[in-house]
Ligand binder design. Structure first.
Ligand SMILES: [Zn+2]
Length: 134
């Protein structure tokens, strides 16, 4: 048995370690190759809530769709919601646009909740960016 008690599994639920999964995108070593990998890494950023994660959430949010107070809003609110699980229901890309349908569960002030979203992504200069969701 090869147990690695100190290896943290990725919050996105992939079963891989954080470093091998979303961590390499979050820390800027690699660009997320698909809308789904970007979406998963943004979920992981919300789940970890570190300064680096907040910077990543701002950077990967398309500037034209980025609320002006995004960074301060994230700083204020990111610790209030504990993100638990992510299920990607459908993901795809055609050329430089893509969508990801997902369900995420969380706990907010002691209450369990569920968020369902269909997120839209666009690729610019080789980088996938989050636009908006419905
Ligand atoms: Zn991951």
């Amino acid at each position: 048995m090869n147990s690695e008690p100190f290896t943290k599994s990725c919050p996105c639920g992939s079963q891989a370690s954080l470093d091998a999964c979303c961590g390499r995108f979050l820390h800027g070593f690699e660009a997320a190759p698909t809308p789904e990998t970007l979406m998963r890494s943004r979920f992981t950023a919300f789940a970890t809530g570190t300064d680096a994660a907040i910077a990543y959430l701002v950077e990967t949010h398309h500037p034209d769709f980025r609320p002006p107070n995004l960074e301060s809003a994230l700083r204020k609110g990111i610790g209030d919601t504990h993100w638990l699980t992510l299920t990607v229901r459908n993901a795809g890309a055609a050329g430089d646009s893509g969508t990801v349908d997902f369900v995420a569960t969380y706990r907010h002030k002691g209450q369990m909740g569920e968020m369902r979203e269909s997120s839209n992504f666009v690729r610019e200069k080789g980088l996938w960016l989050y636009m908006n969701g419905s």
